[in-house]
Design a protein around this ligand. Sequence first.
Ligand code: ADP
Ligand code: MG
Length: 453
Amino acid sequence: MDSILSRWNEVLKDMENLVTAVSYDLYVETLEPIKIDKNKLVLLASTLTNKNQLLKLHKDKLLNSVKQHFDNVEDLIILEPGEKDKFLEDIRQAEEMIEAKQVLNDKNKLNEKYTFDNFVVGKSNQFVYAACRSVAENPGKKYNPLFIYGGVGLGKTHLLHAIGNYVRKNKRDLRILYVTSEQFTNDYIQALKADKKENANKAFRDKYRDVDVLMIDDIQFIANKTSTQEEFFHTFNDLYQLDKQIVISSDKHPRNMELLEERLRSRFSGGLIQDIQKPDYETRLAILQKKVESERYNVDSDVLSFLADRINTNIRDLEGSLNKVVSLSILIGKNRATLSEAEEALKDFESTKTQNLTIEKIIEMVCKNYHISKDDMIGKKKKKEIVDPRQICMYIITELLDVPLKAIGEAFGGRDHTTVIFARDKISERIRTDKVLKTDIDDIIAMIRQDLN
Ligand code: ADP
Ligand code: MG
């Protein structure tokens, strides 16, 4: 019984004794508590006149009473009817601004929040984690360069910062530089444009050559920039020859970066190339638990299993949905988030739509799309017109469902899980270059989702 409403009721009781009955009925009882924003209680008045009267006659009494019943509230904001939506929108925008700023900061310097200690290790990332640790403990000695790749929101940036933070703490004499490839490009362009070329070039070189650990995030963005690649190649060589550590992240394996120069590709292959995968259920749950602990969120434990179950896209989505659940609960004045906010938060979330999806259902839809029978789909025929849809179907299942590969193999006439892996990898390879196939598959996935609505 600690919600905004119950506390507001206490305030009403006080006020009933402090102001005339008419005043109470007109100006006080008609107020609607909306939320607590920082240390201000936000109230909505029923009309502008009522708001002005209240402020004129009873503001002090009201504030005193509010202060007694709401810890940490120090002031009131009283809105008139037309202001409510704008107010809520402003708050939302302010929150977004803070987030955006944080992202910007992350781009420019090491983010202390991203450490090895708060990186949850599971099957999907244990190798990449081990490689990053090893590099942090012995920069330039073992895996050089270290190239890590994987989809968005899976922890690449976190790991790069973790390396940086570790080195900064444990090897204070080493110089670390973390940049995104965009920043590298901008610095390079600035140096080219500068009037005093020599100075600018020197500044660029000092910045990038005089380092012990250079980390470049999202290298895929320089892939289509020829002269930047050229400059990066020289930077790379200089550092490499001096046994300086280079760590690179990308959304793809170097062999799948179409516009990457061959000589860079071969440089990258000279070190360790390690992928980072989507986390499984256990890892997702562990990540949520860790986040709740570190942020001291007050959340029912079934909320966490619910989110871990539903959100299988990436960790950024997972964290985003947890934040949303918590802010929803705060917005309605609860001090503990429960399943009902979690359900609310997930309404828009795409992957909730796959909750009733089964392997059988996907097989059925893919059969329909390619006009082949289910027997052929799961049977042994080796004709291309059958094999292609079969592999596509296996790929789509791995994309949409978080089920064991073994179970998928079984659904396809008792095939081995290695066949599923082969199909999945083959199709994900093909859609990188085959735009028609990619569109086809996107359409089928959209159709499957549509069908669930
Ligand atoms: P990427 O750079 O691959 O797109 P990020 O490193 O930005 O992904 O990760 C997205 C969010 O998920 C970050 O807030 C990060 O801290 C968090 N995160 C990713 N992997 C883990 C993990 N294994 N344990 C804890 N948090 C993680
Ligand atoms: Mg990143």
